[in-house]
Design a protein around this ligand. Sequence first.
Ligand SMILES: [Fe+2]
Length: 178
Amino acid sequence: VLETLVADLRRSPPREREELEIGRMLRGVYEAGFDRKLMERPGCYTRTCVYNDERFELLLLNWHPGALSSVHDHGGQHCWFVVLAGNLRVDDFTRIDAGDVAGHALVEARDSRTLLPGDLDLRSGDFDIHRVAHAGEGCAVTLHVYAQPLHTFNVYDHHAHTYKSATGSYDEVLGSPR
Ligand SMILES: [Fe+2]
C-alpha cells in the first residue's frame, strides 16, 4: 500500500494536488490496513522515513504510551497526517505576538481534540502550531506527508515565551523504491 502511495505521489506530487485528494489517499492506507512493524522507543515516538525527495517526504511515526511532541510549527510547509492505529490528542496553539523579536514568541493554547484511527489532520502556513500527544491504550501509528520535506521548523516553549529552530531527523529509513 505504501509503495503504491509513493509511486502515485511521485507521478504527481502533493503540492500539485487538492488537499482533499491527499486526505483521501492517506485514508486509503488506513482502510487497506497497516501491520508493518516499526521501531519503538518507550515513552517516546520514533520517526521512520518511508520516502523522500526534493518535493515531498513520507514518514511513519510510532507513538509509545507517554509520547509527547514539542509545541512546533511546520516551517511553512504543508503537512498532512492520518492515524493508522491508536489514539492521539492534538493541542492547537495560536501565536499572538508580532513575530518581530528573534527568539521571542507568545503562543496561546487554543483547543484540543482527540484523533481516532482513520482521522486526518492538516497543517499549513508559518504559524500553524500544535503539539501531539499519545492518548488511550497501546502504541499509536501515524502516516505523514510533508511537502516540501520538513528540514527546519520552530519549537516553542509556551511557558518561557521563547522559540528555537530545530531540524527533522529519522530514527530509521525503510528501503524505498528510488
Ligand atoms: Fe506537527
